[in-house]
Design a protein around this ligand. Sequence first.
Ligand code: ADP
Ligand code: MG
Length: 712
Amino acid sequence: MGRLRPSRDACRPSTADTALRPELLYPLFAEISRLKGVGPRYAKLIEKTAGPQIVDLLWHLPSGVIDRRPSPKVAEAPDGLIATITVQVLRHQPGSGRRSPYRVVCADDTGEIDLVYFHAKGDWLQNLLPVGQTRVVSGRVEHWNDRPQMAHPEHVVPESEAEAIRTVEPVYPSTDGLPQKTLKRAVEAALTRLPDMPEWINPTILPTHGWPSWGDAVRAVHAPQTPTDIEPDTKARRRLAYDELLSNQLALALVRARMKRQPGHAIRGDGHLREAVITALPFALTNAQRMALVEIEADMAQDSRMLRLLQGDVGSGKTLVALIAMLNAVECGYQASLMAPTEILARQHFATIEPLARAAGIRVEILTGRDKGKGRAAAVGRIAEGTAQLVVGTHALFQEGVEFRNLGLAVIDEQHRFGVHQRMSLGNKGRAVDTLVMTATPIPRTLMMTAYGDLDVSRLTEKPPGRQPIDTRVMPLDRLGEVIDGLARKLDQGIKAYWVCPLVEESDKLEVAAAEERASTLRRRFGDRVGLVHGRMKGPEKDAVMAAFKEGGVDLLVATTVIEVGVDVPAATVMVIEHAERFGLAQLHQLRGRIGRGDQASTCLLLYGNALSETGRARLAVMRETEDGFRIAEEDLRLRGAGEVLGTRQSGLPSFRLADPAAHAELFAMARDDARLLLDKDPELESPRGEAVRVLLYLFERDAAVRYLRGA
Ligand code: ADP
Ligand code: MG
């Protein structure tokens, strides 16, 4: 499993907080270059590999072990073995140029072995391996022309120091130019600085699991004795993972407690607007929608603040739930807002909501980054006066200069980028607005907890009736010709189709180039019926293409992943995804959710490139087998591990250095419960354990959360 990068989340420190760091932690929060024996050149490389501070080295875990204990005689050392051998130095044979290396011929009573050095300095070697002396050398034994040799032994020591090297050594992930030895020495130096930490883990948890103390755990993870010792399920590793999770859950709980402390509005409308809209709908609400509304309305009725997550697959009808909740606020004379992550999506929400709201006599405003000048000023004016009762928009809604007259409910559609609501609510001082966060990503429970903590959740588990299942097929890209022929037949029958171009992780420029090329190939066959959208197009340009796809002459829409969020075109029943193996499963699921929205049967073709790995094959098989987003998410987590799921980097989910959502799943729930229990008993963290927990929060740099204790 790939190591995760240092975590970043809403509760990271600002400079003001770090000043309050407990003194106890000072030795760990110094620059790497302060370590003994680490010069400025290596400090830079270590920083690049592990992170800028000494504490980062503690979290830089070994990725392997080298067992240097085997100590065979020269004649018995098998090829390829890492061995620690005691030899006598017989003679030096300096090399003659590049091709022929410097050799130091040594022997024991069974035979000779050459120590081979490329680009070595003779006097340095004379010093290290004086002729006639006994030395203990450790490295990989190889045979060349039947003669044993060892190239660049990692250790050469006198016999008196043999025991120090005849050990099991950790191997660390490193970077070019940074020798293992140097990195190892730096970690060792960091380990000499471990403070004597107070115990922050619940005293009943520690003995039940047989976990070591913090200091013992840190030392243990850096002293693996066998390859299994570097696995995530050792006691030491689990303890440290738990520490990290506990700090994450405590930080989230503190933020949440503070948000809940702010008085909110008790919103309990008379229902006349909701009635009007629901009766105007051409369909009935699903049971899942009804239940979610019951929960949301109960929260809103409280005078404490609502913080609820509405989780539901693409097409499960979240927007409608949001609209009805917003009307509840409007019935009470409040304004309500709906914020979307992208311009396209904001416009689409507006297009859905506006006619329904208008039917109920409600005025809807839209405000996005694209609105400028007079138009924007007028919209901002209506928002400030309160004549704009419902406001749909992007982040522009929360920019400087936009003031609501009396916002009662904020709905935030996060789609699949998480944590936006946290950042926003942190900056949103004093205003206690009920908040409903919508997410379409069927994120596994464990990961959801890391992003939202103990948030109230409503789930839309049921889709509106009448949806046809999607027929998903997996096939190799080299059958492209057949795919295009099949597509031609479908298009002749009058359907619309998406063609999704490959994701190019490194460069959206290349991604756009690929899409343009594909569009021009398809145009040669299908002419003007082909449209193209990609992320580098200007807003109005994109809108025009989308509109043409929705109701105009475009039947085949070639797109980069910009179509992932948004776009509701029920007539589109075919989707082709090129290089499907490059996408995350959640992303594929999201993309596929664009079809199967009408009452016609739909088909999704997942085309893979020829280098499909075993895991890649299994992942695409999951897509073929199920449309259940929650199952897809769990499978993806199982198959690939957390680092990859959802493209954590873009998702905004916090990532962890020690905790591994796949390996430590049950620790997540434990940490959440523990955090809740502790804060119930000791909300200001004043007990001895509370004091210890403060240290923990600083240790994992969740300092910002500590601020919420001081009645801010
Ligand atoms: P989401 O926002 O969860 O992706 P939407 O709210 O866009 O889903 O709903 C998808 C489609 O389903 C929309 O066209 C919407 O009008 C329709 N829809 C919503 N609720 C129902 C329902 N109860 N019955 C039938 N269709 C519904
Ligand atoms: Mg309320």
